[in-house]
Design a protein around this ligand. Structure first.
Ligand code: ACO
Length: 398
């Protein structure tokens, strides 16, 4: 295959290089298209536009493949810890024992918050919908503030996930040890959320970071992007939807019909994905983690039963089959969080905690790439062409 694409637009010739990625995927480099032909590309929502080259996550939505730095997500979820995966994402290789110990030690020693921050939490209005935090301690304290309990300090002897659960659920003077199953489930959930190439929040981190905004400002913007119900807010929306169906008598067919009716404005939350059009490999792993947690706890959650039935009905319905709409990572994650005791308004916080290493890795990769330029999309203007100003007394009511 030629490594150049040549064609003419309005009598002006374009010679565009073809780019092949390490997994054989091809792209046309259109960065010179406008200077050569005066033409831009139009791709609303960037559905067919590569915004960068990246060596962090490989995703093949048709075949349901997801790998971090080449390692299959299934293997990482089975064998690894969230901090080991974080190291892999940020530094590019799995750590050796010494590197991992160092990395874990550094993170463990930085879980304390400055005492002055306590005042911010004391003054923080209880009803404010800003429970997101970059760090487990911030998230744990936000939860404690919200429920009116004293803050629990981080415990360096606990693992990352156990420590987070302890700051969430420990009460002073009462012995508390997070259940091993919860720690394991949280570890898997964090790993599955750790990165997902150029999704909405990560693209936002890159877009903001491209102006050379620092890591903290860039990640704050990513958290804001994550908040919406079509992205990181989806697991909260899934649970709310399941409760709505449950409270309405559990009539699944009614809601499936509503989701198919465009005028209803209702969608089956947790179904569909921009890039996975076969299955979401993360959903498969989460579904079995969910079964394990609930079985081990002996929890009989009617919402889980509803979720299973809903999945079954939707997957055999022509509308969903035709559009390749499958449960995504967030369809079952809310049920696990609920079993652990995490409230719905913290689900996006959980996602943000998991996605943090991915955002850091993507921001770092972008800053290290000498080809990085400030992101500045163009547009195709489709409004009025030039016209003269009309004095107010001559204007006709429109
Ligand atoms: N329920 C009902 N119909 C749906 C759904 C759904 N959940 N998702 C997509 N469709 C339909 C659309 O109406 C459209 O139908 P049409 O072709 O007849 O017009 C078709 O399927 C394609 O949908 P698009 O919106 O074009 O797909 P897009 O790739 O833009 O959207 C998205 C993907 C946003 C995830 C969408 O499927 C959705 O809204 N899902 C529910 C929200 C959700 O679960 N988000 C979490 C995503 S995963 C994550 O962020 C971690």
């Amino acid at each position: 295959m030629s490594n150049q694409l040549s064609f003419e637009i309005n009598g002006r010739k374009a010679d565009l290089p073809l780019y092949t990625g390490s997994e054989g995927e091809t792209a046309i480099d259109i960065s010179k298209l406008r200077s050569q032909t005066g033409t831009i590309t139009l791709d609303p929502g960037y559905v067919n536009t590569g915004a960068c080259t990246s060596g962090i996550t490989f995703l093949n939505g048709e075949e349901g493949i997801l790998r971090y730095r080449g390692y299959p997500i299934e293997q990482l979820a089975e064998n690894s810890s969230f901090l080991e995966v974080s190291y892999l994402l940020i530094h590019g290789e799995l750590p050796n024992a010494e590197q991992l110990e160092d990395f874990e030690g550094n993170i463990t020693r930085h879980t304390m918050l400055h005492e002055d921050l306590r005042h911010i939490y004391q003054a923080f209005p209880k009803g404010a919908h800003r429970l997101m935090g970059k760090m487990p301690t911030i998230a744990g304290w936000a939860f404690k503030k919200n429920i009116g309990q004293p803050f629990i300090y981080p415990d360096n002897n606990l693992s990352y996930c156990a420590n987070f659960l302890s700051m969430m659920f420990q009460v002073p003077a009462v012995d508390y040890e997070p259940a091993e199953e919860f720690v394991k489930a949280l570890n898997v959930l964090f790993i599955l959320h750790a990165d997902h190439e150029q999704n909405c929040s990560t693209s936002t981190v890159r877009l903001v970071g491209s102006s050379q905004a620092n890591l903290f400002a860039s990640i704050a913007s990513g958290i804001a992007a994550l908040w919406g119900p079509l992205h990181g807010g989806a697991n909260q929306a899934v649970l709310e939807m399941l409760m709505r169906i449950h409270n309405d008598g559990g009539n699944i067919d009614k809601y499936v019909d509503m989701a198919k009716d465009k005028d209803s404005g209702f969608r089956l939350m947790g179904f569909g994905h921009r890039v996975y059009k076969n299955f979401d490999p993360r959903a498969t792993i989460i579904k079995s983690a969910c079964d394990r947690v609930l079985n081990l706890l002996g929890v009989d959650d009617p919402l889980l039963d509803l979720a299973r039935r809903l999945e079954e009905v939707a997957l055999s319905d022509e509308y969903f089959v035709e559009r390749k709409l499958y449960p995504n990572v967030d369809f079952y994650s809310g049920i696990i969080y609920r079993a652990i005791g995490i409230p719905e308004n913290m689900f996006t916080v959980m996602f943000a905690l998991g996605r943090l290493p991915g955002w850091i890795a993507q921001w770092k990769e972008m800053h290290q790439d000498p080809k990085t330029k400030i992101a500045r999309p163009r547009q195709i203007y489709n409004g009025e062409t030039a016209r003269d100003y009309v004095p107010i007394e001559k204007r006709v009511a429109g």
